[in-house]
Each structure stands twice: as structure tokens, then as C-alpha cells.
Design a protein around this ligand. Structure first.
Ligand SMILES: *Cc1c(COP(=O)(O)O)cnc(C)c1O
Length: 339
């Protein structure tokens, strides 16, 4: 294979050698299958196409200085997928199958795992879809689970940096008792327009307020929000936020660093009190926030006074990345080594 330009990869799809598939039929999951086919053949009445029976996950594998390949917290992704399955009436995929499928997909595409020095990684995308034909609104009786992988570049090409965000009042991503807590495609469809408008206006992403009162901070784009003040890590508690595994990990690391951790509703006005803030998720780990504009109120919350990422965000970012790449000990047993 021609050597890939590892440090200039974007976050896009690149064909790799194999994907892994597992079918659910007659009430049970079948054997894992390795496929080199990029397309799938499904019934036109499949429930994923009509009624949104679709769940996905996102995680990464990293090559360390020692040459070993580490997958970050796959058990947590498996549990979250099970929770999503429960939420939209799809059969839960057992964790053993999920982990086996992730390892198989990573190993089979070993030559696409970027070298340590590049700062790039292998993105792993599991998805589960209802494939059974159904016209009436009810869950399918057949499902397909797939994992494909694709190498992705370092998120911060010009180095870890702050960017601006915008509060949207025009759109909600998810309802308070809706599917916001599940990783389903429907939530993304609901956010595409808001996201496109935010990008067109020069922002990294849109900030959602809680859909009921429009008072509290919910999510920022497809990432969780956290703020830092008075040696405390504060992140919203809400019934419409997707439980980010990155956020969960950062809460633990913050505690390890001696910070207090609070999960509670964050009113919009409280944004003016944070010394630092960030958006977090698998893609970037942390995107430090420069400022959050609220054009409808003609207000701008300036988070980073000097325009740079703050010391706590920087420490947390470096710490989590060091664990992922194996540069620091994995004290919380987050990493699965592929051998
Ligand atoms: C996937 C996702 C996140 C981030 O979750 P991680 O597990 O940290 O990658 C946050 N918000 C939404 C809406 C998501 O879909």
C-alpha cells in the first residue's frame, strides 16, 4: 500500500479492507462475519429507512509509542448502545459480541492504524439498524449490526485552540423526555439545519438550551458541555443530553486532579462565571471555548479572556490523550489492548 499522509487525514470516510457484520434473525444474534463489501443490501421497507430504528456509536483506537494498539473504553460504548437499543426497541447486542467485533474490525484493518507520531487515530463506527420489512409502525424482527473503521487525522491541526460558539433559540435538538439520551440518527437529522447555520456564521457549533424552559444549557452541537470555575468541573444534568464517555472520563480525571465535580442544571447566565469551558467528545476530546454568542439577546459570554485554552482544559486534554496513547498508566482500566 502506498504510505498514507497520516498527519493530513481529515475526519472523513476512507475505504479500508474489512468491516464486521452480525445479523439478528429468529430472535438471536448470529456469528460475526468479516466483509470487504462497502455496501449493504436491505429491504426497501426496512424500519431503519422509515421509522428511524438506527443506533450508532463512535470510538477510537490509538497506536502507542510501544507499537501496541489501544481501544478507549469499548465496554462503555457497548453499554450505551444497549441503552439506545432499549430506548428504540431494538434487541440489545451482548457486550462480548460488541468487544469481539471491535477487536476484529481493528485487527483486520491493522495497516490503517496511524503511527504514534502522527497524532492521528483509527475511528471505529458501530451501527445497528432495523432491517426487517414493516409498513405498520412497529419494531422490526430482523437487525444488522456493522462496524467499519476509518483513519482520522488529529483534530487540532494547528494545535489545541479555542473557537467561538453560538446559542440557538430557533431549534431544539431533542425533547426533555425524547431520544436525546440515545445515540440515534434522528437526533442528528434534527440538528443538521442548526449546525449548518452555525457553521455558515463562522461558529464551531450551536449551543442548545433545554427545550422546555429555554433557560438551561443542554448540549453544544454533538458534544457535551463543561465549565470550570473555583476549582470545580461543572457539567449539565438534563434528560435530553447524550451521556458522553469523554465527559464521564474527564469528570474522573478532574476528580483525580483534585477538582470538585458537579452535575447539575446550568442556567445560561452562569456562563459568564466560568474561567474556562469546553465541548467534549470522542472526535476532539476537548474543544476549548473562546466565547459563546447569544445574538437574540445581543449578548456575548467571553470565556477565554486571553484567547487561549485555559490551564485546566489543557491539563485534562493532555492527561486523557496520554492515557489513550499509552504514554501514562491506565489507572482506571479504560484501555483495551488489541493483541
Ligand atoms: C456521541 C455524542 C457525544 C459525545 O460522546 P462521546 O462518547 O464522548 O464521544 C455527545 N453528544 C452527542 C449528541 C453525541 O451523539
Amino acid at each position: 500500500m502506498e504510505e498514507l499522509d497520516w498527519s493530513n487525514l481529515s475526519f472523513g470516510y476512507m475505504k479500508t479492507d474489512y468491516n464486521v457484520r452480525c445479523y439478528y434473525r429468529n430472535g438471536k444474534w448470529g456469528k460475526l462475519e468479516l466483509s470487504s463489501e462497502e455496501t449493504i443490501n436491505i429491504h426497501m421497507a426496512a424500519t431503519c429507512l422509515h421509522y428511524g430504528q438506527e443506533a450508532f456509536e463512535g470510538l477510537k483506537a490509538f497506536r502507542g509509542k510501544d507499537g501496541k494498539v489501544r481501544i478507549f473504553r469499548p465496554e462503555a460504548n457497548s453499554q450505551r448502545l444497549q441503552s439506545t437499543c432499549n430506548g428504540i426497541l431494538m434487541p440489545e447486542l451482548p457486550t462480548e459480541i460488541f468487544i469481539e467485533a471491535v477487536k476484529t474490525a481493528v485487527k483486520a484493518n491493522e495497516r490503517f492504524i496511524p503511527p504514534y507520531e502522527s497524532g492521528a487515530s483509527l475511528y471505529i463506527r458501530p451501527l445497528l439498524i432495523g432491517t426487517g420489512a414493516q409498513v405498520g409502525v412497529r419494531p422490526a424482527n430482523e437487525y444488522l449490526f456493522i462496524i467499519f473503521v476509518t483513519p482520522v487525522g488529529p483534530y487540532f491541526k494547528g494545535g489545541f485552540a479555542t473557537t467561538p460558539y453560538i446559542i440557538t433559540r430557533k431549534y431544539d435538538r431533542a425533547a426533555p423526555l425524547g431520544t436525546g439520551i440515545y445515540k440515534v440518527g434522528g437526533n442528528y437529522a434534527a440538528s443538521l439545519r442548526a449546525s449548518q447555520e452555525a457553521h455558515a456564521a463562522g461558529y464551531s457549533a450551536e449551543f442548545y438550551l433545554d427545550a422546555k424552559e429555554k433557560k438551561y444549557i443542554d448540549e453544544c452541537g454533538a458534544a457535551n458541555f463543561f465549565g470550570i470555575k473555583n476549582n470545580t468541573y461543572v457539567t449539565p444534568l438534563s434528560t435530553s443530553i447524550l451521556p458522553s464517555i469523554t465527559n464521564k472520563s474527564l469528570m474522573q480525571l478532574a476528580e483525580d486532579l483534585g477538582l470538585k465535580v458537579e452535575r447539575r442544571p446550568i442556567a445560561e447566565e452562569e456562563l459568564s462565571t466560568f474561567e474556562e469551558a469546553g465541548a467534549c467528545g470522542t472526535a476532539a476530546v476537548i474543544s476549548p471555548i473562546l466565547r459563546i454568542d447569544d445574538p437574540d439577546n445581543n449578548h456575548s459570554y467571553v470565556i477565554s479572556k486571553d484567547g487561549k485554552p485555559g490551564p485546566v482544559c489543557t491539563k485534562l486534554y493532555n492527561k486523557l490523550r496520554a492515557i489513550q496513547y499509552g504514554d501514562e498508566p491506565d489507572l482506571h482500566n479504560w484501555v483495551t489492548i488489541v493483541d
